[in-house]
Design a binder for this molecule. Structure first.
Ligand code: P1T
Length: 379
């Protein structure tokens, strides 16, 4: 099945009971048993729920995996991956990552004895310098949040494979429409399904997809034992959102390209971070491993003035000033004070998350309205 058909049919068949075309919302915590253990495949909704199961199969289908798992948030999904580890284990992670991921790693899992190395991975070879016999996981986010760096998943997978280390890729920004990390050699693909997969800013959810049965069993055990699952209503909403993923992503990519090109020539703009530009440091890798450049971009204004950046995001009218991304509506954010505030200033600025950085999640509105809004806000 081609991707644009999988979004609509992947993992979904008409419901066995009445032929409902959309998986019904099985709003139940438990299931009748005829005798202890005598059930019809579901016994308790933390362990499994038919609506969630349909969604998990859809996740697996989109990412060319064999097993999908749905969680109550993206961070709950990341938390489950980290629970594969033991005290003393080491993780090599992309340095430019979502602030909440950094906070989970450094404020929770470091206390449990996991050691993290945060490094720029634009040149994958550098990863080997941080690998030792304790290294168990490489965590990659690409494109990165918020600076749209691109990491060569295939090159990192070769290193992970050579050293028998798990490779997990946060595919939130790209979505499986643009990039399929399992096909490039990753072991685990992770999503904040809150974003493009859901697509309508109406739910918070996480996803994991893997190919390997043993890994799936271990993650499934963690999902059930820790219990950070999503409910049937949200599962239904995500299934509905996924049906238009391909058409939404097409428009997100087109609009982001128009906005990036507009900002690039604006006299008040210092730099535009967007992997579609030929002079983006890893444009060639983006072109190879992604089928488009996505709907996200960031930019800085000349003079790196905090107050000016805040004025711009406050002045926007079609773009809404808000955390999050990936919905049909355009959002603007100020990473240093919002999504990445949990990264210490010094670390943040070293990465490039400076005071004048503004991040845009370009929605699927008419491009003329988006440009006019930026024009009046930037001045
Ligand atoms: O918010 P949650 O569903 O828990 O997902 C966390 C997460 C993980 N990975 C990436 C790349 C993310 O962007 C996020 C969440 N990000 C935002 C809320 C944001 O505005 O950047």
């Amino acid at each position: 099945m081609k991707f644009n058909t999988k979004t609509i049919h992947g993992g979904q068949k008409p419901d066995a009971a009445y032929g409902a075309v959309m998986p019904p919302i099985y709003q139940t915590s438990t299931y009748a048993q005829s005798t202890p253990g005598g059930h019809k495949g579901f016994e308790y909704s933390r362990s499994g729920n038919p609506t969630r199961q349909a969604l998990e199969q859809a996740f697996a289908s989109l990412e060319n995996g064999n097993y999908g798992l749905a969680f109550g948030s993206g961070l709950a999904a990341i938390d489950a991956v980290l629970k594969l580890l033991k005290p003393g284990d080491e993780v090599v992670s992309t340095s430019d990552i979502y602030g909440g991921t950094y906070r989970l790693f450094t404020k929770i899992f470091e206390d449990f004895g996991i050691v993290f190395h945060f490094i720029g991975m634009e040149n994958a070879d550098i990863i080997e310098d941080y690998i030792n016999s304790n290294t168990k996981l490489i965590w990659v986010e690409t494109p990165t949040n918020p600076l749209l760096n691109i990491i060569d998943i295939g090159a990192v997978a070769k290193i992970a494979n050579k050293h028998h280390i798990l490779l997990a890729v946060d595919n939130t920004f790209a979505t499986p429409y643009l990039q399929q990390p399992l096909d490039l050699g990753a072991d685990i693909v992770m999503h904040s399904a809150t974003k493009y997969l859901g697509g309508h800013s109406d739910l918070v959810m996480g996803a994991l997809v893997v190919k390997d049965k043993d890994l799936a069993d271990r993650l499934c055990f963690i999902q059930r034992a820790s219990g950070a699952i999503c409910g049937p209503q949200d599962s239904f909403l995500a299934l509905r959102g996924i049906k238009t993923l391909h058409v939404r992503m097409q428009r997100h990519c087109e609009n982001a390209s128009v906005v990036a090109t507009y900002l690039e020539q604006h006299p008040k703009i210092e730099h535009v971070y967007w992997p579609g530009f030929k002079n983006h440091p890893n444009h060639d890798i983006a072109k190879l491993q992604m089928s488009g450049f996505g709907g996200m971009l960031s930019f800085t204004t000349k003079g790196n003035n905090y107050k000016e950046a805040i004025k711009i995001v406050e002045n926007l009218k079609v773009f809404t000033l808000a955390e999050s991304l990936g919905g049909v509506e355009s959002l603007a954010g100020h990473p240093a004070s919002m999504t990445h505030a949990s990264i210490p200033r010094e670390e943040r600025e070293k990465l490039g998350v400076v005071d004048s950085l503004i991040r845009l999640s370009v929605g699927i509105e008419d491009e003329a309205d988006l440009i006019a809004d930026l024009e009046q806000a930037i001045g």
